[in-house]
Ligand binder design. Structure first.
Ligand code: SDX
Length: 428
């Protein structure tokens, strides 16, 4: 392949270098475009054809359904690693030794206290507040209680901010759920593993000793790994662009939580269960919902289906679908909604509309079925997605900051009114 691209405008030719990554993805480097052409830029709503950065964290191939974190296949990590190991891998680029992992976990435990005044913010929310809005607010509030974690330039200062977030975020996730359920807050235990401690803070009953159920912890650990990063998706791009103004880690993550909330993104896992429940209430009439999804006049979309990048099976959906069967069987849970989901998937994969558009189940299609079997309320599903994604957000924020990338500021093509004279209100 040539090492440059040539753009011809009005008989003038411009050369731009080609950038090729380690997986042979190629991009046209247009950093000089506006300068050499006297102001011409590109236009790409939704950035469907635009790369925002070079990154060494996550590789995915949408055509082949491949997902790797730092070169390791998601299938291997989901089966063989823990969520805390994957967190370390995403952030620092290597799987940790036992000693590195133990120190990382100890540093996190040291920071697991959340300022008592944050509870006053939590108390200020109505019980009806959506947990994603509560979580975004509490995460942003961490800045007020940890001002030293904002202007971080050195690797050490960044490490301290990252460890604070990894320590306090599970507490905020658990407190968000307890607020919803009007339950007393739980502070966890340093004697437990990272995911076990999250589960204890979410579910422990004040009147009962907490017992670890390995089936539940293994399922939760695997789900968190599968959500941990996904290159430059909507919420990660949000974290990067907010972080590029040097607003600080907690503010950047809070913005990412808000972006993830949308039903077209992380909010889809809640929308999937609501859709499947709707079909169940409707007597399991999947054909009616398939018709709605294909009807251009109907805004309804088959939630949990389709993906900006995957034009093949989302590898995470494959793993979660298999895990759903295993977890429900081990927990002795019958959920008719799982059968409806499988029926819907089968119909869609045989339907020309979906096949032609390469619409397959994505990560959100089956995840809610496991969350529900684990006793997690449906409004908390996207919060669990955020809990899983925090390591990826942190890793991407750190990569952007260490590379000292410029503040993100896209251009536009103005299509509004041209210059016109002001009219006094009496003349309007
Ligand atoms: C996540 O980017 C990431 O990596 C995200 C994520 C991550 O880990 O961070 O993977 C997590 O967000 C997964 C996606 C969760 N969202 C949903 O499940 C919501 C339902 N899916 C869609 O809204 C949609 O598929 C998107 C938003 C996921 C992707 O939309 P695109 O890439 O902008 O595609 P599009 O809207 O241009 O659709 C192309 C065609 C259109 O039809 P035509 O105009 O060509 O006739 O496919 C149709 C769409 O109408 N289509 C669907 C559909 N998804 C796309 N039709 C019915 N149901 C759907 N779900």
């Amino acid at each position: 392949m040539a090492d440059h691209a040539i753009l011809s405008i009005d008989g003038k030719s411009y050369e731009f270098p080609l950038v090729t990554g380690t997986e042979n993805e190629t991009a046209i480097d247009i950093a000089t475009l506006r300068g050499v052409t006297g102001g011409i830029t590109t236009l790409d709503p939704g950035y469907k054809n635009t790369g925002s950065c070079e990154s060494a964290i996550t590789f995915l191939n949408g055509e082949e359904g491949i997902l790797r974190y730092r070169g390791y296949a998601i299938e291997d990590l989901a089966e063989k690693a823990s969520f805390l190991e994957v967190t370390y891998l995403l952030i620092f680029g290597e799987l940790p030794t036992q000693q590195q992992l133990d120190k990382f976990h100890q540093d996190i435990k040291e920071e697991s206290h959340v300022d008592e005044d944050i509870k006053k913010i939590l108390d200020g929310f109505p019980k009806s507040a959506h947990p994603m809005g509560v979580l975004a607010s509490l995460t942003s509030a961490l800045t007020a209680f940890n001002p030293g974690a904002v202007n971080v330039d050195s690797e050490e200062e960044m490490y301290n901010a990252m460890v604070k977030l990894l320590a306090k975020f599970p507490v905020l996730v658990a407190w968000t759920m307890r607020k919803k359920k009007s339950q007393p807050l739980d502070y966890g235990s340093d004697n437990l593993g990272y995911v076990e401690n999250l589960h204890k803070m979410m579910f422990a009953r004040a009147s009962k000793d907490y017992e670890v159920d390995p089936v539940i912890i293994d399922a939760l650990d695997k789900l968190l790994i599968l959500h941990a990063d996904h290159e430059q998706n909507c919420s990660t791009s949000t974290v990067r662009i907010v972080g590029s103004s040097q607003a600080g880690l907690f503010a950047s993550i809070s913005a990412g939580i808000s972006a993830l909330w949308g039903p077209l993104h992380g909010g889809a896992n809640q929308a999937v269960i609501e859709m499947l429940e709707g079909i169940k209430q409707d007597g399991g009439d999947t054909k009616k919902y398939m018709a709605k999804a294909k009807d251009k006049e109907d805004p309804f979309r088959l939630m949990g289906f389709g993906h900006r990048v995957y034009k093949n099976f989302d590898p995470r959906a494959k793993i979660i679908k298999k895990s759903a069967d295993e977890v429900l069987e081990k927990l002795g849970v019958q959920d008719q909604v799982l059968d409806i989901a499988k029926g819907l998937e089968k119909e869609a994969l045989e339907d020309d509309y979906f096949v032609k558009r390469k619409l397959y189940p994505n990560v959100d299609f089956y995840s809610g079925i496991i969350y529900r079997a684990l006793g997690i309320p449906v409004e908390m599903f996207t919060v669990m997605f955020a809990m899983g994604r925090v390591p990826g957000w942190i890793a991407q924020w750190r990569e952007m900051r260490l590379k000292k990338e410029p503040i993100g500021r896209p251009r536009q093509v103005y299509v509004g009114e041209t210059l016109r004279a002001f009219k006094d209100i009496k003349q309007r």
